[in-house]
Design a binder for this molecule. Structure first.
Ligand SMILES: NC(=O)c1ccc[n+]([C@@H]2O[C@H](COP(=O)([O-])OP(=O)(O)OC[C@H]3O[C@@H](n4cnc5c(N)ncnc54)[C@H](OP(=O)(O)O)[C@@H]3O)[C@@H](O)[C@H]2O)c1
Length: 431
């Protein structure tokens, strides 16, 4: 058997400790699959005393993670610290500069600096691998980059954040409001004390930008991702979605349109019968559509020590076996920037919820505002009648229309004296 692949692991938290455990437990199988053993030569974290669930007594410890990049016999630096800047970025840059392969689970780093890092890896003749950065244990990067290499991918979309999917699923199952379910998710450890990264769609936007780059061979364009979170999704919306045959999901969607590359993260209405609607709780799901293969659906755990370690180790096995693919599937110079499709030009159907005073003429005023913007209504729901002065919900769905027109119509509707709260809008997807 060939000499072992020597790795240095920076960050021994959830993912780092899980990776060490996997490497220990599956050592024999991994050596067979890679054609050589994978051995941990050095590690770094902040607290040397913490129990990592693996035996570190014979492994070199570095207080300064960046030192790992300079250890001569280390072949691969595994960056599992996190963050787009600081020590994680310094370490990855130093490792590439020293011609070490890099494996990272860091979506923030890849979303902000992925294209430049891929260029540097290529220049140095080493691999930059990041399977774990998107959808945890789901091998979506490899699927898009290698498994679907024969296809022109037209669209890729998915549930890329388990926390928000857990919240939306629990709201639907329990009939509770967003704030209540979020507080419970925080208590259970499914949501961070500062949940904004998840619930405002930022985490999903990082992952979508990376996915879009791999799927379409474009430089990573995080700034081009239109991002909305789930704070405004209410119990009422979820109930109406059920009635209309939909589920509400926070999706990341990237597709090529005649206006350019559309990248968006926002709550969506998806038909209850679609595979993506069935992805519930903390699970992630990704769907890719290719011209030869058709639709490919992957579902699995998008986070957690073991699923994420599974993705990290898959990258290590590729490197150990000598399998090399450019980070984004094509050489960095071949990544073609494509203009981003402006959200105002997005075309699709919409769900609108209004809280209105139940009095004569209200519907006519709303219909007129839609007509003035050439927005055509597909359906309307109103249950029962409101008491005088009390707001009742009215729900409309539209046929396909242009986002800018929809927004102008909603502006006008929001100004009507009979509409008591800002109109709520959720895009309906045609999967
Ligand atoms: N958690 C998941 O399920 C998941 C899934 C997919 C991707 N990821 C990504 O994986 C990465 C790691 O996430 P995680 O959840 O494992 O984080 P975590 O549990 O917070 O662990 C971070 C680790 O980095 C170490 N660290 C922090 N600053 C350091 C420094 N300056 N020098 C050396 N070590 C340092 C910490 O040391 P101490 O332990 O000593 O404090 C800790 O071991 C992130 O990029 C994250 O986005 C995570």
């Amino acid at each position: 058997m060939k000499p072992s692949l020597k790795i240095a692991v920076a960050g021994l938290g959830t993912v780092g400790a899980g990776t060490l455990q996997l490497l220990e437990r599956q050592a024999g199988r991994l050596a067979q699959r890679a054609g050589r053993p994978i051995s941990v030569a050095a590690v770094s974290a902040r607290n040397r005393q913490a129990d990592r669930g693996a035996d570190l007594s014979t492994i070199r410890w570095c207080d300064d993670a960046v030192e790992l990049a300079a250890i001569p016999d280390v072949d691969v630096v595994v960056e599992l610290i996190g963050g787009a800047e600081g020590v994680a970025r310094n370490l990855v840059e130093a490792a590439l500069a020293n011609k070490k392969h890099v494996v990272t689970a860091n979506k923030a780093l890849m979303a902000h600096h992925g294209t430049a890092l891929a260029g540097e890896a290529e220049k140095q003749g080493v691999t930059l691998a990041f399977e774990a950065a998107v959808a945890g244990g789901i091998p979506i990067i490899k699927t898009l980059r290698e498994g679907l290499a024969g296809n022109h991918v037209s669209r890729v979309y998915g549930i890329l954040n388990g926390t928000t999917n857990y919240i939306l699923t629990t709201m639907r199952e329990s009939g509770r409001e967003f704030a209540d379910v979020l507080a419970e998710a925080q208590q259970l450890g499914y949501a961070e004390a500062d949940p904004s990264f998840d619930i405002d769609g930022v985490d999903a936007s990082h992952k979508l930008a990376i996915l879009a780059s791999v799927a379409f061979g474009r430089p990573v364009d995080l700034a081009g991702v239109h991002t909305e979170g789930i704070r405004h999704v209410s119990r009422l919306d979820i109930e109406f979605a059920e009635e209309l045959g939909y589920r509400i999901k926070l999706l990341g969607i990237a597709r090529l349109t005649e206006n350019g590359l559309e990248q968006r993260v926002h709550p969506c209405m998806v038909k209850r019968t679609t595979p993506i609607a069935a992805v519930e709780g903390v699970f992630n799901g990704v769907v890719a559509e290719g011209d030869f293969v058709g639709r490919v659906v992957l579902e699995g755990r998008g986070a957690g020590a073991h699923p994420t370690a599974s993705a990290v180790v898959a990258d290590l096995v590729d490197i150990a076996a000598g399998r090399h693919v450019p980070a984004f599937g094509v050489p960095q110079a071949a990544l073609e920037a494509l203009p981003g499709a402006p959200m105002e030009r997005h075309q699709g159907a919409y769900y609108i919820r209004l809280m209105v005073l139940d009095q004569p003429g209200v519907i006519a005023d709303i219909a007129a505002a839609l007509r003035d913007q050439h927005v055509s209504m597909a359906s309307m729901i109103q249950h029962g009648r409101g008491a005088p002065g009390e707001a009742v919900p009215i729900v409309l769905t539209t046929h396909d229309t242009v986002e800018a027109a929809m927004r102008r119509a909603l502006d006008a509707i929001g100004k009507l004296g009979t509409v008591l709260e800002p109109p709520r809008m959720i895009r309906i997807e045609d999967f």
